[in-house]
Design a protein around this ligand. Structure first.
Ligand SMILES: O=C(O)C(=O)C[C@]1(C(=O)O)C=C[C@@H](O)C=C1
Length: 373
């Protein structure tokens, strides 16, 4: 933009005049961009036709956001700038086709927070009561994509999510990481000293275990289906004068009008949860990808060693290995493996081919862009 090189005025009216002029140029450009996205939708419809058109392109979005961060010169920070573009793309995609996103609800969960971080705000939110319902909603076509938690840096893996992939044909289309801050919340009319019960999701209770042992050793901890549900229950209890506290995040605190008794009570300050985006599409390479596999190993000595050895020999970087009992045989196991690269990359393809020879089942759950934001 030509104005960016001009000297910055130093009086308030002139600065505001400059801001008004820049805003109107940005607005024209954003609408020009939106018109391009509309044209993109027409091209996609013409090329792919009918029901099967794929409007959301995670690999392209990741590339756009990475480029925004790479070329950014400030004074706005890279992440701040990327968040702005995240929302611009979200609006453009909604113009192509409004996206209905199912997530582990109710409203106010960290999973909803993750969905908004990944897709931007221009989505239709569809809160589901359980992880397998998120899968079903996307499988049935009622939602375009789903968002589910998969692992937490303090508490480890979310078994329900891993288990849901056994019988699902859904693919992982993306990942998103969210820093998790927990707060102890009560209804505004409740005296926190009267609290006898603390509600939260079992993982959140575990993530605050040391803090609870120290400050609330006598309060009974009650696990409920989500921390947003805990916040809802605390608000409901407050209305009838019962002193129940909840452990939940910022969004749930605001949504249910609760007060923070204590903030950031998680035992580890770097407490982070990773979420997966599930959908019906294979995502092409974005240049910086990850792949997730589900492997059913033969129940024999050295089976795991032979699987892992293939990664070592081809120089493919494995980032995660989880084990779950197989439901098919008593002592059989299913391994979930994440590695760096796309399944279409030559070295990754070689590993997958070898794994197929050595395991009873290898399912590629998806290759997807490494989280940008
Ligand atoms: O490039 C595309 O395929 C688009 O549809 C455009 C666009 C964008 O706004 O940049 C919008 C949605 C897609 O998810 C990716 C990118």
């Amino acid at each position: 933009m030509s104005n960016s090189k001009q000297a910055v005025p130093d009086t308030l009216p002139l600065l505001r005049e400059r801001i008004d002029s820049i805003d109107s140029q940005i607005q024209i450009l954003i609408n020009e961009r939106a018109s391009c996205a509309q044209k993109v939708a027409e091209v996609k419809l013409a090329e792919q036709g009918g029901e099967s058109v794929v409007f959301y392109r995670p690999e392209r979005e990741a590339q756009v956001l990475r480029r925004v961060m790479e070329r950014n010169e400030g004074p706005l920070g890279n992440e701040e700038m990327a968040k702005i573009f995240r929302q611009v793309m979200s609006s453009c995609l909604a113009l192509e086709k409004p996206m209905r996103i199912a997530f582990l609800g109710p409203e106010g969960t960290f999973t909803q927070q993750a969905a908004l971080k990944h897709f931007g705000k221009s989505i239709v939110s569809a809160p589901m009561a359980a992880i397998d319902e998120v899968f079903r909603e996307v499988e049935s076509g009622a939602a375009n994509y789903g968002v589910v938690p998969v692992e937490n840096s303090t508490e480890g893996v979310v078994n329900h999510t891993l288990d849901s992939f056994r019988d699902s044909r859904l693919k992982i289309c993306g990942e998103v990481e969210e820093r998790i801050h927990h707060h102890l919340l009560v209804s505004p009319n409740i005296n926190s000293e009267d609290v006898t019960h603390i509600y939260s999701h079992q993982q959140s209770l575990a993530q605050c275990r040391a803090w609870l042992d120290r400050y609330w050793p006598h309060a009974e901890r009650i696990a409920v289906s989500s921390n947003a549900e805990a916040a809802r229950l605390a608000a409901e209890a407050g209305r009838s004068g019962r002193a129940i506290a909840a452990i939940a995040g910022e969004v749930a605190c605001e949504l249910y009008g609760l007060l923070k008794v204590s903030s950031n009570i998680e035992d580890r300050p770097d407490n982070t949860t990773r979420f997966l985006i599930v959908g019906n599409q294979d995502v092409p390479p974005s240049g910086k990808d990850k792949t997730s596999l589900l492997i059913s190993a033969k129940n024999e000595p050295g089976a795991l060693y032979r699987l892992l050895e293939a990664f070592e020999r081809h120089g493919v970087d494995m980032t995660r290995l989880e084990t779950r009992p197989s439901l098919m045989s008593r002592w059989g196991y299913i391994f979930y493996i994440d590695f760096v690269g796309h399944y279409l990359d030559e070295d990754c393809r070689a590993v997958i081919d070898e794994l197929r020879e050595r395991a009873s089942e290898v399912k590629v759950l998806g290759s997807y862009p490494v989280a940008v934001l």
